[in-house]
Design a protein around this ligand. Structure first.
Ligand code: 4AD
Ligand code: MG
Length: 435
């Protein structure tokens, strides 16, 4: 007999079916045994009755433990008492894999176990419908974003994650011993995405691992995260990149409810409505914050508190959960960004904040070799040591720009989770190397 998924049981009323899954709950009420079974599509009550269910499976049910994998042959019938409206009458039962007791965590909806122990036992944790839903939503986000890039003429690339080119800033790279030579874990695919815009693809994107050797202990920083990076050629300036991001987010928010309806309901998530994202310069943002007692030197970035406060101000002023902060000071941005010709103290750059948390950074990139080399030198970098990067601009490079998102941050903020770790199956932070 073929396996029937739990979500399809209603189409098989009063017919014998085979279902397989994990035991979510087991209750033994004198002559009735209830087994709540869970598979990837949902959960369902199954019942065995003394005298009605054959004796062998009825007795075997006593051996069942929570989270065991079992197979049940039974008949779905309508039931007023069951919260599913139906239940499956057990005809036969097989224990495929018996779970040991006690379980190392409580993965029921009571959620009694703390996040660290849950991550130690993530494979048990993700069986919980709420936890599983986070990752199903995350998977749909990737699907929608991927389709959007594809529809807009982007080519998906995979760039090396071990590299000798680190350009975001030298300090936060993990070193790898590569047969005795030093290499780094990629802290962004920055050089490579530019390489293949210039390599003729014009528009490229990559969804892949990004590594940062930052000893941050916050609810939004990890040492390994999933970057959604893209780069586009033949733009006019960084505003074209922001236009693209705005369109991408509108598309995501429009399509996600249909793609992940069940999961969003399980999580009780409400998505933002978004049409236009306001754009304000860092200077204007600082001016807004000043009356609230937050002031910054000219060449400083906003801190986490400032970003959070700004998020609230923007919500009041523009009724938007998103805001682009633009024209960051050259002093605090990577050397590869294009300086604003009207005010060379700032670059053609932006951050996207979502409810007061940065989820994306981007800019126009310097595409003129001489200017690029001069900017590297100005930041104390030796262009000769980055020959592979500099060569890109010597043989025909269009004006281009791009940005990088953290997929984990998008999921974390969109679902309003209290910690980025909730949005990552197996997070890495300064303390965590396992599983
Ligand atoms: O702002 P970042 O460092 O920018 C870059 O890597 C540029 N190359 C992007 C570009 O195309 N100009 O990182 C991009 C995004 C951040 O906005 C944030 O969402 C996420 O990556 N991110 C992190 N997520 C989790 N943990 C961390 N430690 C993160 N650092 C950055
Ligand atoms: Mg950034």
């Amino acid at each position: 007999m073929e396996r029937t998924l739990i979500r399809d049981l209603k189409q098989h009323l009063n017919q014998e079916v085979k279902i397989q899954g994990w035991v979510q709950e087991f209750r033994n009420v004198s002559k009735i045994k209830f087994i709540i079974l869970r598979d990837r599509s949902g959960d369902m009550q199954t019942v065995a009755f003394k005298g009605e269910t054959p004796e062998e499976p009825f007795n075997l049910a006593n051996e069942i433990t929570r989270e065991s994998v079992v197979e049940i042959i039974g008949v779905p019938v309508e039931s007023k008492e069951s919260r599913w409206g139906i239940e499956v009458k057990v005809k036969d039962l097989k224990i495929i894999s018996k779970a040991q007791t006690p379980l190392p965590i409580d993965n029921s909806d009571k959620g009694l176990t703390g996040i660290e122990k849950r991550i130690d036992n993530r494979f048990l944790d993700t069986r919980n419908a709420k936890v599983g839903s986070i990752f199903k939503v995350r998977s749909k986000i990737v699907k929608i974003i991927t389709n959007f890039f594809d529809d807009q003429g982007f080519t998906n690339i995979n760039s090396p994650k071990m590299t000798a080119l680190g350009v975001e800033s030298g300090a936060d790279c993990f070193r790898v011993d590569y047969f005795g030579k030093p290499m780094f874990l990629a802290q962004s695919p920055q050089v490579y995405k530019q390489m293949f815009v210039i390599g003729g693809f014009e528009r490229v994107y990559e969804i892949g691992a990004v590594f940062r050797a930052e000893k941050s202990h916050t609810t939004r920083h990890l040492t390994e995260f999933t970057g959604v990076d893209f780069e586009m050629g033949f733009i006019n300036n960084h505003h074209d990149v922001m236009d693209f991001i705005e369109a991408m987010f509108n598309d995501l928010i429009a399509k996600l409810p249909a793609e992940a309806q069940k999961e969003l309901t399980t999580l009780g998530a409400t998505l933002p409505s978004m049409v236009k994202i306001p754009r304000i310069s860092v200077q204007a943002a600082k001016d807004l914050l000043k009356p609230l007692g937050k002031s910054y030197p000219d060449e400083d970035d906003l801190d986490a508190e400032g970003e959070r406060m700004l998020g609230e101000l923007i919500k009041e002023k523009y009724n938007s959960e998103f805001v682009f902060i633009t024209e960051f000071p050259w002093a605090i941005k990577p050397f590869y960004q294009t300086k604003d010709e009207k005010n060379p103290k700032v670059t053609k750059s932006f951050d996207l904040l979502y409810n007061g948390v940065e989820i994306c950074s981007g800019s126009q990139r310097e595409h003129r070799y001489e200017v690029w080399a001069a900017q590297a030198t100005e930041k104390g970098l030796d262009p000769e040591l980055m020959k592979e990067y500099g060569d890109l601009f010597k043989y025909g490079a269009p004006l281009h720009g791009g940005a990088g998102f953290g997929l984990d941050r998008i999921t974390h903020r969109l679902l309003k989770l209290d910690n980025i770790r909730e949005a990552v199956l197996l997070p890495r932070d300064p303390e965590r190397m396992k599983p």
